[in-house]
Design a protein around this ligand. Structure first.
Ligand code: SME
Length: 150
């Protein structure tokens, strides 16, 4: 079980050190990677000229451009909501960057009132992400939003 209170406090502390999105999201991806067991990918896509572009992450080489509303990331960005996918093979349009991925959660991050990035986390285990993970990761996203600068 992940201690989301601790993880959120760590992210808040990182945000107080530096708000620029490159180091903040780089360290946030590392903090998520360390705090959540059973992952194969954890990182960010950043909105740029209407497209999601690969940002800081932990895991294997990933696809660089995602055009919303494609994939799980594009759905979360276009509909501005957290998307939990218990079985990626059953999600129409899922973009398979790492063939090990079986379940996924994507959480939007806002800046200036719009979706500016998404937090994307993949697991090799089907149904890995619970309601507690959703609530905890949305709290992490709120902490990132308080500090992030582009
Ligand atoms: N599976 C994602 C693409 C990004 S990779 O998981 C890192 C999607 O369908 O949006």
């Amino acid at each position: 079980m992940t201690d989301y209170k601790l993880l959120s406090a760590q992210i808040a502390a990182l945000g107080q050190q530096e708000g620029w999105y490159v180091p903040l999201l780089a360290n946030a991806s590392a903090a998520v990677w360390q705090a959540l067991p059973d992952l194969n990918w954890a990182g960010f896509y950043v909105m740029r000229r209407g497209q999601l572009v690969l940002g800081p992450f932990q895991g294997k080489v990933a696809c660089i451009h995602i055009q919303p509303p494609r994939g799980v990331c594009g759905t979360a960005a276009a509909e501005d909501r957290t998307v939990v996918v218990p079985d990626v093979h059953a999600f129409p349009g899922h973009i398979a960057c790492d063939s090990a991925s079986r379940s996924e959660i994507v959480v939007p991050i806002h800046h200036g009132g719009v979706v500016a990035a998404v937090l994307d986390i993949d697991s090799p285990t089907p149904g890995r992400f619970t309601e507690a993970d959703r609530t905890g990761l949305e709290q992490v996203a709120r902490e990132i939003e308080k500090a992030i600068l582009f």
